[in-house]
Design a protein around this ligand. Structure first.
Ligand code: DC
Length: 226
């Protein structure tokens, strides 16, 4: 089971730094968040991998993607190892994850783990869709990372081709548009920019420039709080 420690919350430091990074599929938020965590010496949690892990097991075990009871049970019994399974990155798994992510019982089951991780010293960078709005509404810094659909599809296409996967740009573009529509229009914790999130549009930024911009925003936010 995921490293959930129900009593850990009692021992958490008050001084943890939480950075919430939200954005649509393939916006570059994962790479950016990982680098931000390394830069500031923080933990990193890719919350999409939780939804992807539930989806992967459901697909393998032929569990219908709308079976709330079975899927939230799966979410409560996830093993840490599955979060690093390379199959999580396959396009079909992302699409299935987006479907199960609209189920409230699944979201609620995964919420406790995400919140506990957020408060683990010295702090955590979390990326996802609802971090700044639902999981960590009091995050110290919130970023909303986006880019045009075309640029996002091209980045995801290049990534999958470099891993030897036989995909077409048209299929990836269509999948991204479908996922954006589903993730943004669902009633449970939809993808939406928190009012106090900083918008970071990476359409014309490479990863180094995006990281520079994000580090500046985080440093400013930390300065303002002190
Ligand atoms: O970030 P990702 O592409 O790995 O996420 C996969 C799916 O999981 C995404 O389409 C929607 C869902 N998700 C979510 O609903 N909330 C999150 N915090 C993270 C991901």
């Amino acid at each position: 089971m995921l490293g959930l420690n129900k009593t850990q919350g009692e021992h958490l430091a008050d001084t943890t730094l939480t950075i919430a990074v939200d954005g649509p599929a393939a916006s570059g938020k994962g790479t950016l968040s990982r680098q931000l965590a390394a830069h500031f010496g923080l933990n990193y949690l890719d919350t999409g991998s939780l939804y992807r892990a539930v989806a992967l097991i459901a697909l393998n075990d032929n569990i219908p993607l709308d079976d709330e009871t079975a899927l939230s049970h799966l979410a409560s019994t996830l093993a840490d190892e599955v979060l690093s399974d390379p199959r999580l990155r396959e396009p079909g798994v992302g699409e299935a994850a987006s479907k199960i992510a609209s189920l409230i019982p699944v979201r609620e089951t995964l919420l406790a783990y995400q919140r506990e991780k957020a408060q683990t010293a010295p702090g955590t960078v979390l990326d996802g869709r609802d971090i700044g709005t639902v999981v960590c509404p009091n995050a110290d810094v919130k970023l909303f990372v986006t880019a045009s659909s075309e640029v996002r599809a091209k980045r995801r296409f290049d990534e999958l081709v470099s891993k030897g996967q036989g995909v077409t740009y048209a299929d990836i573009f269509a999948e991204i548009e479908r996922r954006d529509a589903r993730d943004s229009s669902r009633s449970a914790a939809p993808l939406i920019k928190a009012a106090d999130a900083h918008l970071l549009d990476t359409t014309n930024l490479d990863i180094e420039k995006a990281l520079d911009a994000a580090v500046l925003l985080v440093n400013e936010a930390i300065k303002t709080q002190n």
